[in-house]
Design a protein around this ligand. Structure first.
Ligand code: ADP
Ligand code: MG
Length: 290
């Protein structure tokens, strides 16, 4: 867990350091809504394509010929028992773990196996680990500001003046994550749920095309869980999302009619609507029935 924390910070900082103005901004709209970038070719509507990915840990296959694809703007929920390989799959997508075999593409053209973690973040894949990782001694505002994509030609400092566009982006994100009233509070004083939203907000400031969320509602109160569902529903369509979660009520609330994938022993056991997978006998046996 501690490792995750340090890792997330590293990942975020690397992404911040790597950021340039490679994304054309179309002007008026708030910048968190980009669905495609000149770097990634999503013309065929697929944002992530995994084909027969295997991850071998000393003979143990954490992923075993895993194949899966996600469409642009889709919200895909991934469920499955502990040890199924859900986190390992995210590790492969983000470049933290190398696949032993198989193919992973971002859009049509970006071979993820050829990029390191910072480059993958830079291409537009954001990841949220299970634990919130915010800068506790900074305010909510500063956290969002620090996470913002910045033009490398202009040295970013806490005291540099924001452009109108940048302030708008922070304002829009604050609205989305529901932390307008907390904007000047230290992040360390926020509730667990609020910290998680702030971290999602920080990822949004990076304008990810694909956002990976690992168990986002773990440890949240019912009210926080419900609010998170609303947040993710709002992100649907603006970003492509992959959400790993155990809370079935929550998954039902965000999955809608979208496809849900069930992982088991490193491969896809079932895929379909929530209603379909919930009535799948194999899924009931390995996961839901226990
Ligand atoms: P999930 O997130 O679905 O609970 P994980 O992807 O964390 O599953 O783990 C899948 C399997 O791979 C588990 O059996 C886990 O113990 C194993 N595993 C994960 N990371 C490593 C590693 N670095 N070395 C060896 N085994 C690992
Ligand atoms: Mg996991």
């Amino acid at each position: 867990m501690k490792r995750d924390h340090a890792h997330q910070l590293e990942h975020l900082q690397a992404a911040i350091a790597q950021n340039t103005d490679h994304v054309a901004n179309d002007g008026g709209s708030p910048s968190y809504g980009r669905v495609a970038t000149p770097g990634m070719d999503a013309r065929h509507g697929v944002i992530l394509y995994l084909d027969e990915i295997t991850v071998n840990f000393d003979g143990f296959k954490a992923l075993n010929k895993l194949s899966l694809d996600i469409s642009v703007g889709e919200l895909r929920c991934i469920i499955g028992p502990n040890g199924a390989g859900k986190t390992t799959m995210m590790d492969v997508i983000t470049g933290k773990t190398a696949a032993s075999s198989g193919t992973a593409f971002f859009g049509q053209n970006i071979d993820l196996s050829k990029l390191n973690e910072a480059q993958i973040a830079h291409e537009g894949i954001g990841r949220k680990f299970q634990r919130p990782t915010v800068f506790e001694h900074h305010t909510v505002f500063q956290n969002l500001e620090l996470a913002m994509k910045t033009d490398k030609r202009v040295k970013p400092t806490l005291f540099s003046r924001l452009t109108g566009e940048q302030s708008d982006a922070i304002g829009a994100t604050l609205e989305l994550i529901g932390l307008k009233r907390e904007v000047w509070r230290s992040a360390g004083l926020l509730s667990h749920g609020q910290k998680q939203w702030l971290e999602i907000g920080m990822l949004l400031m990076q304008e990810p095309l694909l956002l990976l969320l690992d168990e986002p509602v773990a440890g949240m109160t019912d009210a926080e869980t419900e609010r998170t569902g609303e947040l993710l529903n709002q992100l649907k369509g603006r970003h492509s999302l992959m959400v790993v979660e155990h809370d079935m009520d929550f998954v039902t609330s965000i999955a809608g009619n979208n496809k849900v994938t069930v992982l088991h022993e490193g491969s896809v056991l079932a895929e379909g609507s929530m209603t379909q997978v919930q009535s799948d006998q194999r899924v009931i046996e390995v996961y839901l029935g226990r």
